[in-house]
Design a protein around this ligand. Structure first.
Ligand SMILES: [Zn+2]
Length: 88
Protein backbone atom coordinates (compact mmCIF):
# COMPACT_ATOMS: atom_id res chain seq x y z
CA UNK A 1 0.00 0.00 0.00
CA UNK A 2 1.08 3.56 -0.49
CA UNK A 3 -0.87 5.35 2.21
CA UNK A 4 0.20 8.86 2.92
CA UNK A 5 -1.21 11.58 5.08
CA UNK A 6 -1.74 14.55 2.85
CA UNK A 7 -1.54 18.04 4.27
CA UNK A 8 -4.37 20.47 3.64
CA UNK A 9 -2.06 22.35 1.31
CA UNK A 10 -1.25 19.23 -0.72
CA UNK A 11 -4.92 18.29 -0.94
CA UNK A 12 -5.79 21.74 -2.28
CA UNK A 13 -2.97 21.50 -4.82
CA UNK A 14 -4.07 18.07 -6.02
CA UNK A 15 -7.73 19.01 -6.19
CA UNK A 16 -7.23 22.34 -7.97
CA UNK A 17 -4.75 20.90 -10.47
CA UNK A 18 -7.59 18.76 -11.83
CA UNK A 19 -10.73 20.64 -10.84
CA UNK A 20 -9.77 24.28 -10.51
CA UNK A 21 -11.71 26.19 -7.91
CA UNK A 22 -14.87 24.08 -8.19
CA UNK A 23 -16.18 22.71 -4.91
CA UNK A 24 -17.58 19.67 -6.66
CA UNK A 25 -16.16 17.63 -9.52
CA UNK A 26 -16.76 14.53 -11.58
CA UNK A 27 -14.87 11.39 -10.71
CA UNK A 28 -12.34 10.68 -13.49
CA UNK A 29 -12.24 6.90 -12.98
CA UNK A 30 -13.14 5.22 -16.28
CA UNK A 31 -15.13 2.48 -14.55
CA UNK A 32 -16.80 4.75 -12.01
CA UNK A 33 -20.19 3.26 -11.06
CA UNK A 34 -21.42 6.62 -9.69
CA UNK A 35 -20.54 9.02 -12.49
CA UNK A 36 -23.47 11.27 -11.64
CA UNK A 37 -22.39 11.63 -8.01
CA UNK A 38 -19.98 14.53 -7.80
CA UNK A 39 -17.04 14.42 -5.42
CA UNK A 40 -17.03 17.30 -2.94
CA UNK A 41 -13.77 18.87 -1.80
CA UNK A 42 -14.89 19.32 1.81
CA UNK A 43 -15.69 15.62 2.04
CA UNK A 44 -12.12 14.38 1.65
CA UNK A 45 -11.66 10.90 3.07
CA UNK A 46 -14.84 10.82 5.16
CA UNK A 47 -16.49 7.71 3.68
CA UNK A 48 -19.64 9.37 2.43
CA UNK A 49 -20.95 8.95 -1.10
CA UNK A 50 -19.35 12.22 -2.18
CA UNK A 51 -16.04 11.66 -0.44
CA UNK A 52 -12.78 11.33 -2.30
CA UNK A 53 -9.21 10.25 -1.77
CA UNK A 54 -5.94 10.88 -3.54
CA UNK A 55 -5.31 8.29 -6.24
CA UNK A 56 -1.92 7.49 -7.72
CA UNK A 57 -2.70 7.13 -11.41
CA UNK A 58 0.29 4.80 -11.66
CA UNK A 59 0.62 2.99 -8.33
CA UNK A 60 3.81 3.49 -6.33
CA UNK A 61 4.33 -0.28 -6.51
CA UNK A 62 4.36 0.00 -10.29
CA UNK A 63 6.90 2.80 -10.36
CA UNK A 64 4.49 5.72 -10.01
CA UNK A 65 5.68 8.85 -8.23
CA UNK A 66 4.31 11.09 -5.52
CA UNK A 67 4.14 14.05 -7.86
CA UNK A 68 1.24 16.16 -9.01
CA UNK A 69 1.13 14.72 -12.52
CA UNK A 70 0.55 11.24 -11.07
CA UNK A 71 -2.10 12.26 -8.53
CA UNK A 72 -5.82 12.83 -8.91
CA UNK A 73 -8.94 12.97 -6.76
CA UNK A 74 -11.08 9.83 -7.04
CA UNK A 75 -14.20 8.65 -5.24
CA UNK A 76 -13.30 6.66 -2.16
CA UNK A 77 -15.26 3.81 -3.68
CA UNK A 78 -13.46 3.98 -7.01
CA UNK A 79 -10.08 4.02 -5.34
CA UNK A 80 -11.07 0.79 -3.56
CA UNK A 81 -12.27 -0.79 -6.79
CA UNK A 82 -9.01 0.14 -8.43
CA UNK A 83 -6.76 -1.16 -5.66
CA UNK A 84 -8.73 -4.39 -5.19
CA UNK A 85 -8.19 -5.12 -8.84
CA UNK A 86 -4.45 -4.71 -8.52
CA UNK A 87 -4.17 -7.27 -5.74
CA UNK A 88 -2.77 -10.46 -7.22
ZN1 LIG B 1 -15.96 7.35 -9.10
Amino acid sequence: MNRKDWSEEELIKIWTSKNGNANEAKCPFSECPNKNVLMRFSNYGNHSEVSWVVDHIIAIDNGGKNELSNLRPLHNLCNSIKSNRMIK
